[in-house]
Write a protein that binds this ligand. Sequence first.
Ligand code: GDP
Ligand code: MG
Length: 170
Amino acid sequence: MSVQQTLVLIKPDGIAKSLTGNILTELSDTGLILVGAKIVQVTRELAEEHYQHLSEEKFFDELIRYIMGEFHVKRVLALIYHGENAIAKVRDVVGATNPEQAHPSTIRGKFGRITTKGVFENVVHASESEKEAEREIKLWFRPGELIQTIYPVESRQVAKTEIFWKQEKK
Ligand code: GDP
Ligand code: MG
């Protein structure tokens, strides 16, 4: 057992079906700590990078369209959970990849489905290993978006224009 972090995504079907609250409750019951959270519109670039290891699969194109929200709504909720044995704890409450095979007490077993076109709408993503969790967290989040530093960071000088809330004229 070791202290780990894991990336969870509430996928577009989970958002569209208003399952966010139910899913957060299940995840909270693991006792893990939420250290990052944001709503994201998934670009094709991000989707393809996230699922790069599945690019040879015949369902890849539909998977990319699914995570980009083309079948539901164009947003996902990205979460980072931290704590003892976080990866297995989250995978346990999430359930098997195939929602028809996922145990009925798990998130995917309760809320997932396979569409008539064969898309696995399984409501959530959860990292599979420490290596994958690190790759995924670094892909989805910048260090400053987490409430604690979980991987080494460095500072770099960059010149950039930032967007601020417009100030009211007094
Ligand atoms: P996960 O780690 O349990 O999410 O499973 P994988 O990493 O193997 O696959 C990533 C995602 O691809 C899954 O969550 C599903 O949305 C989708 N997927 C995996 N296997 C299949 C499959 O056999 N058919 C279809 N249509 N989608 C799949
Ligand atoms: Mg996976």
